[in-house]
Design a protein around this ligand. Sequence first.
Ligand code: ATP
Ligand code: MG
Length: 386
Amino acid sequence: MKIITGPPVAGDNYFFRKKLAEEAWNLIESGCHILITAPRRVGKTSFMYYLKDHPKKGYCFIYLNTESVNNENEFFRRLVNKIVTTEHIGNSQKIVTFIKKNIPSIKRVGPDGIEFTKPDEKNFKEMLVKILQSIQSDNIKLIVMLDEFPQTLINIIEDEGESQGKHFLRSNREIRQDIESSKNVQFIYAGSIGLENIVSRLNAVATINDLARLIIPPLIINEVNDFIDFLLKNTKFTLSHKLKNYILKKIEWLIPFYIQLVISELNNIYRDEDLNEISVDIIDRAFVDMLEQRNHFEHWHTRLRTSFKGKEYSFIKEVLNTVSDNNIIKTNEINDLAVKYDLVEFYRDLLKTLTYDGYLNNNDNPKIYRFNSPILKMWWKNYVAN
Ligand SMILES: Nc1ncnc2c1ncn2[C@@H]1O[C@H](COP(=O)(O)OP(=O)(O)OP(=O)(O)O)[C@@H](O)[C@H]1O
Ligand SMILES: [Mg+2]
């Protein structure tokens, strides 16, 4: 296994999260369609990879990232192709026979996808429904995992307008409600942007209210100690209980990504400087070095910069600047900023986005917001606010 700081992890690089897996399987086995809700970088994609690689008997998982898709038919086309080229489905004679019989425009289903008799425009949503119905003919439960689904929705809204965005959400719901297909097919949606916030801004909450929520929390203290030991298998140094606690106190928001970053940075210093052991000073330096690598954190800022324009962006930036300077921001100060930027009606949605995406929380006191992690706070203060 390796220390990995950025891309999703898989195989023996994945640290097994037992409680999370149990919760997911409870929802899956009770037949739910699921929305994974977790802030950025918490490990959503890695967890979906884990599910795909460790199906329980009788289950087949499909993973599809639709980040670049910007229209509904293209979304369903990608999904149809993914399903029929999945080994388990493509190899099932029963399913292939059913597909060919019920969708006459399909000439052949091969490892590269579908070949059509007529290459004209297709309604891939209808085709998907038939294909999902075909799964009934075999004794397999199909779980379709759609990553970056909210980004697809945003793309559709930007390119084709809000009504097409709502249409897209309704189409997905219709497919889920299709009783024939939902017996053997379930959907899991995820993304680094909160779906609920976008849908609520569209006034379309009803289109996703059938989804069960699966929350991916930060690691709990027992898990985190095991996780550090798991990563230390890659290093030539060890860490005493005291040093581990020192690191955890500094990180505060114990998501696997931050732990990976710190251990990776410690490993670099230890190796480059030929050290014999790690000390508190070295840990402090590792944190400084870690923050200097802009690419680890830049996406937090980019996301806000691309999603919010004009006064909304200015409001968000000033809120985060204030918290990074003063450690906290009180709700009355937030109100004042909303008045300043003429956002009294909308600022609660913006605040929800900052909470959902993992920038801020008000867990200790509903009237006081702070950064989830001192790491992000320090980064924001050094590289965005100043
Ligand atoms: N179970 C895990 N074991 C080891 N490392 C993990 C695990 N989960 C997450 N990570 C760490 O977090 C990083 C981000 O993981 P991942 O891409 O799965 O998160 P994400 O929630 O999908 O992020 P995004 O919101 O940006 O899509 C990985 O590069 C890795 O450092
Ligand atoms: Mg992801």
